[in-house]
Design a protein around this ligand. Sequence first.
Ligand code: IMP
Length: 193
Amino acid sequence: MKKELVFITTNKHKVKEIRAQANSESKDITIVHLDYDYPEFQLDEIDTVAEESVNYIRRYKPLKEEKPFFIEDSGLTLPALNGFPGPFSAFVFDKIGNAGILKLMVDKNGEERRATFKTVVAFCESPEKAPVLFVGTSKGKIAKAARGEGGFGYDPIFELESVNKTFAEMSTKEKNVVSHRGRAFRKLLDYIA
Ligand code: IMP
């Protein structure tokens, strides 16, 4: 029988990616989605946001049955903008979107367009057990204009290093191989195996 892992998120795009990856990279794991809206903590580091989020869930126990669960928090960091938007990526995306980021980066060229995506997956075997964190990053640059129809969020403006494709121009499978989320979740799959 497959081990069930509960992924707690309101983001259906993240569920699609994680489920596709679990199906293709593990024979033993099934992803169960719990659509539960925990608070978006505004803290200085993505790692601390993930830790606070999972600790909130450990405290409020939204799972009806006791099963291992995880959450993840992600963010985009632009060195040319002193790390902005980083842990505030969701807020910034809601307020100014990809068009706003392209505008802020309009006078940046070459190396100045560098960008890093980071995901922190926080996994708990049960609410009583301390969380284990897994980090994944993906390096690239901000494209000059949005490209591609796939993915979500910042995908149309994030061009992967050494590939002339934005995440929005990749299939879910292609993105999972190289993405911040794919890399963090792969570490969780290895840990469970
Ligand atoms: P959060 O992890 O939901 O807080 O994500 C922060 C922001 O980054 C949100 O606006 C997301 O839409 C965006 N985001 C998270 N992961 C990705 C991704 O894989 N690609 C593009 N945007 C993302």
